[in-house]
Write a protein that binds this ligand. Structure first.
Ligand code: PLP
Length: 402
């Protein structure tokens, strides 16, 4: 008998199964609003023009080789990533209190940070994730032995942030718990705290000595403004917090499959930073030895060249504006159709996703009757909508909520 005879079948990944269902569907009006990847108005994957330029630079570089990168990644890349999230003039950078490790995209940044904390952070052993959140948060932290708990986030009645619930949980959690916070474009709700609310969250985190772990997968993609989207992280750093920030360049560079990520950490002193970095290197060596080079080289070229950096910002504006435009069009169609309920949340939410408020049985009808693929929590990726399908989508919503 096989030694694997007792291995149980794991459930299929929800998002990837949805995409498989969409691909197999032959209906001419089918729509995929399940997966969080940007699409053009023609619903095609988008290679950022600035990425094409960086590609050409890489391709024409006669000195390019395929040697290993350093264990913690290419320093010019990790430094640029840290500067991007903390700001050009961050005192923490100037004081030598920041370090970074190049990771396998945002998932790897979460995992590497989690693995470090599992080994070195003497806290309560509990990790709090928002309810709801990106499904991988639970998987990553649970697989490293953390007791994963949730803090309230989405308030279904108001279709907005459950700020009270969130603050109360931070206060009631045992000291030394880890809180995973989304600094912008919360996945899946598209609802972010206001700056005033972030200040309240920081106060509660400080009072209870909780550890802040930001997961930033959408900087610049949310508002089109890199600084605005980093505001919460910079505020916490300004307030003297030690923290981790996971960064992904999947969405804002359209480098999904290239797995370019970074984990920036901010400590109290340069000495702490040096020791922490040494442990990250030790950890990284046993996990991946050294990070992959292609995606990070693209990001490195763009972030370190003022002209390309300026062009990247324009590309970001194009992506964020298309999404904002789709929010407005969807909202307007629903209003015109006099669809029952309130729909302001569609335009108030930000980033790739919108939490529509559709319930699982309604989602089932969307898929089976209308060939529109979305997760059963009612989340849609705005990038799956276009000028040619948004009205069909709105009519389907109108039908299922009546
Ligand atoms: N964190 C959040 C909240 C996300 O939404 C995502 C992507 O959907 C990620 C992290 C990381 O994605 P990737 O590993 O592709 O960078």
């Amino acid at each position: 008998m096989s030694v694997f005879n007792t291995v149980a079948q794991a459930p299929a990944d929800v998002i990837f199964s949805l995409t498989a269902g969409y691909k197999a569907d032959k209906h001419p009006q089918k729509i995929n609003v399940g997966v969080g990847a940007f699409r053009t108005d023609e619903l095609k994957p988008y290679v950022l023009p600035v990425v094409k330029k960086a590609d050409t630079i890489l391709f024409n570089n006669a000195d390019l080789d395929h040697e290993y990168l350093p264990i913690a990644g290419e320093p010019s890349y990790t430094r640029a990533a840290t500067k991007l999230i903390l700001g050009d003039n961050s005192p923490a950078i100037a004081q030598g209190r920041t370090g970074a490790v190049q990771t396998i995209s945002g998932t790897g940044a979460n995992h590497t940070g989690a693995a470090f904390l599992a080994a070195h952070f003497k806290g309560s052993g509990k990790v709090y994730i928002s309810n709801p959140t990106w499904a991988n948060h639970r998987n990553i932290f649970a697989s490293l032995g953390f007791d994963v708990q949730e803090y309230p986030y989405w308030h279904p009645a108001t279709k907005s942030l459950d700020y009270e619930g969130m603050i109360n949980t931070i206060r009631e959690a045992p000291s030394g718990s880890i809180f995973i916070l989304h600094p912008c474009a919360h996945n899946p709700t598209g609802v972010d705290p206001t700056q005033e609310q972030w200040k309240g969250i920081a106060d509660a985190m400080r009072e209870k000595n909780q550890f802040t772990f930001f997961d930033c997968a959408y900087q610049g993609f949310a508002s089109g403004d890199l600084d605005k989207d980093a505001w919460a992280v910079r505020y916490f750093v300004e307030q003297g917090f030690e923290l981790f920030v996971a960064q992904s360049f999947a969405k804002n560079f359209g480098l999904y499959g290239e797995r370019a990520g970074n984990l920036t950490f901010v400590c109290k002193t340069p000495e702490d930073t040096k020791r922490v970095l040494s442990q990250f290197e030790k950890l990284q060596r046993s996990e991946i030895s050294n990070p992959p080079a292609y995606g990070s080289r693209i990001v490195d070229i763009v972030l370190n060249d003022p002209a390309l950096y300026a062009e990247w910002k324009e590309n970001l504006k194009y992506m964020s504006s298309r999404i904002i435009d789709m929010r407005q069009k969807l909202y307007q169609h629903l209003v015109d159709l006099k669809t029952p309920g309130t729909w302001n949340h569609i335009v108030d939410q930000i980033g790739m996703f919108s939490f529509t408020g559709l319930k699982a049985p309604q989602v089932k009808v969307m898929i089976e009757k209308y060939h529109i693929y979305l997760t059963d929590n009612g989340r849609i990726s705005m990038a799956g909508l276009s000028n040619s399908n948004v009205e069909y989508f709105a009519r389907a919503v109108d039908d299922v909520v009546r």
